[in-house]
Design a protein around this ligand. Structure first.
Ligand SMILES: Cc1cc2nc3c(=O)[nH]c(=O)nc-3n(C[C@H](O)[C@H](O)[C@H](O)COP(=O)(O)OP(=O)(O)OC[C@H]3O[C@@H](n4cnc5c(N)ncnc54)[C@H](O)[C@@H]3O)c2cc1C
Length: 322
């Protein structure tokens, strides 16, 4: 089936669905870089999200790429072939201290919502512009170095290999810093992998003083605002493991080389934070390119390798062909 017929079918079967053929993805990312998707589907709520995935699976379509808030991705200048679903829509249910959230729920909204109910814990993730699905996929780290996985009880996924919905216990997996069972480099167990699309997540939070936690969240936001620019994909490189000793921060290594402010085309190593690469011309479509981003990261990697003999690993996820 061609993309135009598929778009028609999706709109016939699923109410109020917005779809775009051959559509640029730059505006769906915080970095504002990315070529077109063959077919972009905007999912506005969890019901639409499940219906879209099920229908695509029934139609024997290749697995779609899922975009949350696009805050940790570098999309290729040639875009993404096939189908992309942009997943949004807040849906939160509470049962004592267990909170179930749709994967399209915005993390900042989830933080406000839970703190208003005096359920604490998520405040350490204040300022991170994620969806819940993206937060789980990236196993984000918070201000105090805690990982999102510490709060996860279970995850509901659509298994694109089998076409079935499954509930996974978080404790069955060996999560680690910035690594989740949904990434393709997760080794163990074999049942995990990128064929699992996250549809909802149940978190286990603690009852506590929501007001106090809100104050902490505001303090974190004020600190991060000074150094973490939004026109970026967040930290480009992962920090080093604890065994690396005092030089664990990728940002610090890059900073010590005096690279802050270094430019490649319309991209720049942020003068505020050496592990953030910023788009200096977001309003002009195509002015900053993924290929310049990659050139800049190659330059940084080489400098760090030459000086410290360390191979920096990407924290960002590359989508499309590079
Ligand atoms: C200003 C700024 C500050 C940041 N601060 C931090 C920080 O403190 N700590 C930190 O860890 N990160 C941070 N980040 C990075 C980023 O916000 C997180 O990694 C976030 O979790 C990405 O979520 P997203 O919804 O934007 O996902 P996207 O960037 O849209 O996607 C990320 C990956 O997840 C996959 N994915 C998304 N949703 C699903 C789903 N439902 N099912 C399966 N796969 C899915 C995508 O395919 C992609 O591979 C920051 C980014 C910015 C711009």
């Amino acid at each position: 089936m061609d993309y135009s017929s598929l778009a028609k079918l999706l709109q016939e079967k699923i109410k109020n669905l917005t779809v775009h053929l051959d559509h640029p993805l730059a505006l769906y990312t915080t970095l504002k870089i990315g070529g077109p998707a063959d077919l972009l589907i905007e999912s506005k709520n969890p019901e639409q999200f499940i219906s879209i995935i099920k229908l695509l699976h029934q139609q024997k379509q290749p697995q779609p790429t899922i975009l949350g808030h696009g805050s940790n991705v570098l999309i290729s200048d040639t875009g993404i072939r096939g189908l992309v679903i942009q997943n949004s829509g807040d849906d939160i249910g509470i049962n004592n201290s267990k909170v179930t959230l749709s994967s399209g729920t915005s993390l900042p909204h989830a933080i406000d919502f839970t703190l208003n109910k005096n359920l604490v814990g998520l405040e350490v993730f204040a300022y991170i512009p994620a969806t819940i699905g993206g937060a789980v996929h990236s196993n984000i780290h918070g201000f105090d170095k805690s990982n999102f996985s510490q709060f996860i009880d279970s995850i509901e996924v659509f298994n694109y290999h089998t076409g079935k919905t499954e509930t996974l216990k978080s404790s069955d997996f060996n999560w680690s810093y910035d690594l989740s069972p949904f990434q393709d480099n997760f080794k163990n167990p074999a049942t995990a992998g990128p064929h699992l699309i996250i549809t909802s997540v149940t978190l286990s939070l603690k009852k506590g003083d929501g007001q106090l936690a809100k104050t902490k969240a505001e303090e974190i936001k004020a600190i991060k605002k000074q150094t973490q620019p939004f026109l970026s994909a967040g930290c480009t490189f992962k920090n080093l493991p604890a065994e690396a000793g005092p030089n664990q921060s990728a940002g610090l290594l890059i900073d010590q080389l005096g690279l802050k402010g270094h430019r490649q085309g319309n991209l720049q190593i942020s003068p505020l934070h050496a592990n953030f690469i910023v788009n200096t011309r977001p309003a002009t479509a195509g002015a900053a390119t993924a290929s310049d981003y990659i050139k800049l990261t190659e330059f940084i990697r080489q400098k760090v390798k030459d000086k410290y003999n360390i191979n920096l690993e990407f924290e960002i996820k590359l989508l499309g062909k590079f």
